[in-house]
Design a protein around this ligand. Sequence first.
Ligand SMILES: [Zn+2]
Length: 497
Amino acid sequence: MTFDLIIRGGTVVDGTGAAGFVADVGIVGDRIHAIGDLSSADARDEIDAAGLIVAPGFVDVHNHASNEMEGGILNIPDVENQIRQGVTTLISGNCGGSPWPLGAHLDAVSELPIRQNYGLLVGMGRIRMEAGVGAKAATGEDIATMQSLAALAMDEGAFGMSTGYFPAFVTTEEIAAVARPIAEGGGVYATHMRSEAAGLLDSIAETIRICEASGCPGQISHIKCWGTRAWDKADQALAMIDEARARGIDLTADRYPYRASFSGVANVIPSALRIEAGERGGMEHLRDADLIDDVRAGIGDYMIEIDGPENLVFAPLEPMPDIDGKTLAQVAQERGEEVWETALEMTLRGKVSSIYFVMLEENIRKFMQHPAVFAASDGHLRVLGKGVSHPRNYGTFPRWVGHYGRDEGFFTVEEVVRKCASMPADKFGLHNRGTLEARKIADIVIFDWDTIIDTATFEDPHHYPEGIPHVIVAGKPGLRDGEVSAESYGRVLRLND
Ligand SMILES: [Zn+2]
């Protein structure tokens, strides 16, 4: 027979954790047809992979590609920062926010030239908004409405539900109740937990309770110990995860390989106040006389959490020379304001994100090496050279593989491919992806174990990684000899696709 594509002579690391072996990979249409000695077989196209690793494409289950404020897939569908890392599938809709309705959004994306596959979680923050619950505890009627919206999202192809930034009035019981139809639909519960700081362990306990009560498999998003008050809690956090797993709860976590986080500067203000301001017609209502004292106090608490305004670096999405790359402490001083005034001002300016240098390298290493933790970026789509960026948008996966796997010796190539491909694919129900075997979809990354490395840094973040010459998406080379293809081969995915 004639194959459409044969990847010849590479070392196949199939994602199961099994030892790599030299073989050819034969593709017909969008599927892997054979793995073995295909030296006598013909193909319409061939890639010489001698000396290279042939592995399942990396699966990034935590990113913000769906985020419209940050560009987003509808605006910049064919950006290259993900495929150049070897990523062939993105699951977005994280941290409680997602497009709505899901089906209409997915239909729109399916018309666009996306370079890698794309699926969604439904954000419970979005569900709460669509249900019109507002800045208060949900009533029984509210919960019933939210449950039907959650069920609808699963019908429209969600891979599960995300939560994040919930104020105290959203109870554990409310979240568990809304997660129940998610569990029934076979989805995962992914959470940016209530606290990653002093309340980290309480938040892990809450996550476990939600998994137990709803029946959802759980995913702790971007697990971290945020700020010095949490730095000694990593071992206890992992012990709680181990204990839950030993009781049969399917709980895992993901981690990006950097010590600074990134989010909208608005997060320095308690979410309950932002929701309240939104209800009143916009963020400028944060200045209302009855809210302003709470805003000041909330920003003060946040500064304690991050150990001071010098750990917050502004990363605006558009050029803003007065704040680009400066710390909050610096900008407040330059403006002759108190820290909280500057923080509020930047929140109201909009399009201002921040990078927070709040984590301990030793903890990141602990998390990455834990058997229930795998790779994810928490990144955004980015146009090369545009805006202030976090290096994770360009370097997450090559850094897991090249820096922590090869250079630091944390993982063998087989182990790190598992953490970058099959573990996330399995957890999020991507049954046709994540490993290389006959009949699976041919989503494949071909990289050089000796040279793969991230090159983006906090100081100079807009750089693609090295050592990843080819990426195959649904059987077609989307990246070949380091060049992206003219056509895009990514697909919109729905659970059970
Ligand atoms: Zn998050």
